[in-house]
Design a protein around this ligand. Structure first.
Ligand code: PLP
Length: 383
């Protein structure tokens, strides 16, 4: 029956991790993956409710919208615990494919973005187009292009955006630029879908990194926010995530949650408990929360220090080209500007693993390997 099913290509990010693991050279550097935190918690093995662990859901909504959120106070903020960030994007997308009132509406994603965005939306039958985001000349945000696409898109299109630490570029809008983006979306009645996988990683402050989402909520936007705890809790394999729903009224919120429960029941039945319990324990304990935020701040500052170290070393070596973007970009990822052939040399000659589009995970750099990395960049750029 299935002899005509073609073999799908391997996922590039997972293939990169596998290549790094298989490499036996001691100098190897993994700029694609991060470490997993270990947390010991006692487990029971009962099913969670279909929409997940209540204390986790409530704390997740509060984490992204803020303790003083109007939407929470008015009972308009709902949620569903999902299979991490991916599951939250999927669940929101699936809901939109069934219940979004404008049939055939397109979802606009940033160019570039996390590859799964296109796959998820197309997978549920929503057409996908791109809006300009990365300007290769300025190596910054193409705000003009972004706004123009929002203005030209048919009324009521769906716009998927990263609230902070944009993957893969590390380029985020400023508060003034977010205002212009919100104005453009509002004017055309577009639907906002935020995907946040790095809250706490950009500035080190959980509140600051939620700025865009809270600003949109304050302005009264109805929206979905997919949240991942893979990075900020190091819970990659535990699949802890949440879909926050900001609706116009408490009644609409309830209806959306009921439909999402129906979707969830048919796909995963109910979400996994362990990661949600770890997150809930920390988010609901003042002392643990503040310790966690300190840890995130240490991580964020370490990344900022590594950016500086790489920039200084490239400047010292006189590496051709401009490298300011390494320090101006935000969060875990940096779009180096290295080309695919240069990335190939980085891997083959220097055993440095990064994605073909030149994106590195700053978390893989440390004081012991950043000079090695900079000298490899210097070599590939010159040759
Ligand atoms: N969204 C973005 C933008 C990401 O970069 C990622 C992970 O790389 C995710 C969502 C989801 O990750 P996970 O499903 O592991 O939470």
């Amino acid at each position: 029956i299935f002899e005509n099913v073609p073999t799908a290509p391997e996922d590039v990010i997972f293939a990169l991790s596998a290549a790094y693991k298989a490499d036996t050279v001691p100098e190897k550097v993994n700029l694609g993956a991060d470490q997993i935190l270990v947390n010991d918690q006692s487990l029971d093995h009962e099913y969670l409710p279909i929409l997940g662990l209540d204390s986790f859901r409530k704390a997740s909504v509060k984490l992204i919208l803020g303790a003083d959120s109007k939407a929470i106070a008015e009972g308009r903020a709902g949620s569903a615990q999902c299979i991490s960030g991916t599951g939250a994007v999927y669940t929101g997308a699936r809901f939109l494919s069934l219940h979004y009132p404008i049939k055939g509406a397109t979802c606009y994603i940033s160019k570039p973005t996390w590859a799964n965005h296109r796959a998820i939306f197309e997978g549920v039958g929503i057409p996908v187009k791109e809006y300009p985001y990365w300007d290769p000349v300025s190596r910054g945000l193409d705000l003009k292009g972004m706004l123009a696409t929002m203005e030209e898109a048919p009324n009521g299109s769906i716009f998927l955006m990263h609230p902070c630490a944009h993957n893969p570029t590390g380029v985020d809008p400023t508060p003034d630029q977010w205002k212009q983006i919100a104005d453009a979306l509002e004017a055309k009645g577009h639907f906002t879908f935020f995907d946040t996988a790095y809250q706490g990683f950009a500035s080190g402050s959980l509140d600051k990194d939620a700025y865009s989402v809270r600003y949109f909520a304050e302005r009264g936007f109805e929206m979905f926010i997919a949240q991942s705890y893979s990075k900020n809790f190091g819970l990659y394999s535990e699949r802890a995530g949440n879909l926050t729903i900001v609706a116009r009224t408490p009644e609409i919120k309830k209806s959306i949650e009921s439909q999402i429960a129906k979707i969830q029941r048919a796909v995963i039945s109910n979400p996994p408990a362990y990661g949600a319990r770890v997150v809930s324990t920390v988010l609901n304990d003042e002392k643990l929360y503040s310790e966690w935020e300190d840890n995130l701040s240490t991580m964020a500052n370490r990344i900022i220090d590594m950016r500086k170290a790489v920039f200084e070393e490239l400047t010292r070596l006189g590496t051709p080209g401009t490298w300011d973007h390494i320090v101006s970009q935000i969060g875990m990822f940096s779009f180096t500007g290295l080309t695919t052939p240069q990335v190939k040399v980085m891997k083959e000659k220097y055993h440095i693993y990064l994605t073909d589009n030149g994106r590195i995970s700053m978390a893989g750099l440390n004081t012991g390997n950043c000079k090695y990395f900079a000298s490899a960049v210097d070599d590939v750029v010159r040759n």
